[in-house]
Design a binder for this molecule. Structure first.
Ligand code: AMP
Ligand code: GLY
Length: 435
């Protein structure tokens, strides 16, 4: 069977790699992919991004199922277009993807279905937004309504920061159409975790829990990024809390969508803040898997991902069992010089070739690529081509050992100006020390 994965980041490398391990799959195309997917056995990159061209390619190659990684094609209606052409694709349609593509849609939806989340107001008029800020306590969180590639959320510690965020988005229009409307939200304190499920609109299959690290520098300092590292499982999510999240958040989302006539098939990601009193609140929904959470999650997945996706497409997700490696998987992102503001491209990445054969036989680690391309001499060198370059991911008996294993691998890899965090997993290590 041939499959297609849409996207070219670390999440898509992990998805395509995992799908290629299914005994029923003989090739996974990745559009457009990266150097990692170009070098991986069983994967092939195709330089196609437009939806009509992808449909033509899928027909010509008789691809059985397409799996969508990122939010942009989902927001553009790739699932609607494929289904209208009679093609099998896994991901939510445009209308369902609004849970991610419009923060106001998501907030109103949560209000209608009593799903716990920070209180908020929405604004198009900057004057009203400024007045509102003056009546609130800081910190406050200012969010652009639309998709803004990680730049649409400002956690304002001071009134000045809050006012200038409003000016930047609503007056100077620095985020374009994504910032026509904003929300101003109550600041929540606690531990942030990622809770990701698969759903066929009727049934829900929770994936392994995980935690991302959004800030650039150790100890939650520096600017927000797309994510600098993640691990799975997240020990803060006890069986009790897992039950609470399913009952108070995930079940009402899926039944609420159904009640409103919105059919949601795909991965659904809830970014949660677990407050000190033990309650989970929704910070955001994503209509896709997280990046970099996917990389450790896929390394732990023992079941056949293709089988899970087939059940989701056939609305029989209640019929599957999923098996996870008991160990912890931990991924550290190696980011380019200048990331996130102004990532530099075209640095040569050294030290990867020796891993390529080794990781085919050794399933305890995997170097997932994101912003890389083949270039340089005879197109044989791996070059940086984007902000997050690699996600080096390894398993270990516990989070501490997984962390050691991952950082040992990182020592063997080099490119000029690379940036890493040195503390991925620290909250979990501290938590386990205490308990
Ligand atoms: P989002 O894209 O909505 O997940 O926001 C990006 C990051 O901003 C989150 O990962 C949180 O760290 C932070 N954040 C968002 N909303 C809130 C909130 N209401 N309170 C505290 N932090 C928040
Ligand atoms: N890791 C956060 C995200 O994918 O949005």
């Amino acid at each position: 069977m041939k499959l297609l994965v849409i996207g070219g980041g670390g999440r898509e490398h992990a998805l395509a790699w995992k799908l290629s391990l299914s005994p029923r799959v003989h090739k996974v195309f990745v559009a457009p992919g990266n150097a990692g997917t170009a070098l991986e056995h069983g994967l092939e990159n195709i330089p196609i991004t437009s939806i009509p061209d992808l449909i033509e390619f899928v027909r010509k190659e008789q691809i059985a199922i397409t799996v969508v990684g990122p939010e942009i094609p989902l927001a553009a209606g790739i699932v609607d277009a494929f289904q209208a052409s009679g093609l099998k694709i896994f991901g939510p349609k445009q209308q369902a993807a609004q849970l991610e593509t419009s923060k106001i849609f998501a907030k109103k939806f949560m209000q209608r279905h009593q799903i716990p989340t920070a209180s908020y107001e929405s604004f198009t008029d900057p004057e009203l937004a400024h007045q509102y800020i003056d009546q609130q306590h800081v910190p406050l969180v200012i969010k652009a309504d639309g998709l803004a590639a990680g730049k649409g959320v400002i956690v304002a510690q001071t009134y000045d920061e809050a006012h200038s965020a409003v000016n930047s988005i609503l007056v100077e229009k620095n985020l374009g159409a994504a910032g026509c409307e904003i929300i101003i939200e109550e600041f929540l304190q606690g531990i942030e975790v990622s809770f990701i499920v698969m759903t066929d609109s009727l049934h829900i299959l929770p994936l392994a829990t995980s935690q991302d690290h959004k800030r650039l520098y150790d100890g939650e300092l520096g600017p927000n990024t797309g994510g600098m590292g993640a691990y799975s499982p997240a020990p803060f999510i006890s069986p009790n809390l897992h039950g609470q999240i399913m009952r108070n958040i995930i079940d009402p989302v899926i039944s609420g969508l159904k009640q409103e006539g919105i059919h949601y098939t795909g991965f659904l990601y809830a970014g949660l803040m677990i407050t000190a009193d033990g309650h989970a609140n929704v910070l955001e929904f994503n209509c896709r898997l997280g990046d970099p959470e996917t990389q450790p999650i896929m390394l732990r997945l023992k079941s056949d991902l293709l089988t899970l996706i087939e059940h989701a497409i056939n609305e029989t997700l209640n019929k599957v069992d999923v098996e996870w490696d008991k160990r912890t998987a931990l991924g550290v992102v190696m980011a380019a010089h200048g990331y996130p503001e102004n990532p530099r491209k075209n640095d040569v990445v050294h030290g990867l070739h020796e891993f390529i054969n080794e990781q085919e036989d050794n399933d305890s680690f995997h170097i997932f690529h994101a912003g890389t391309i083949m270039g340089g001499k005879d197109e044989k060198e791996i070059m940086t081509a984007g902000g997050r370059v690699l996600c080096v991911t390894a398993l270990g008996e516990n989070v501490k050992i997984a962390q050691e294993n991952t950082y040992k691998l990182i020592k063997k890899i080099h490119f000029d100006g690379y940036q890493i965090r040195h503390d991925i997993g620290y909250q979990s290590i501290n938590y386990q020390k205490k308990s």
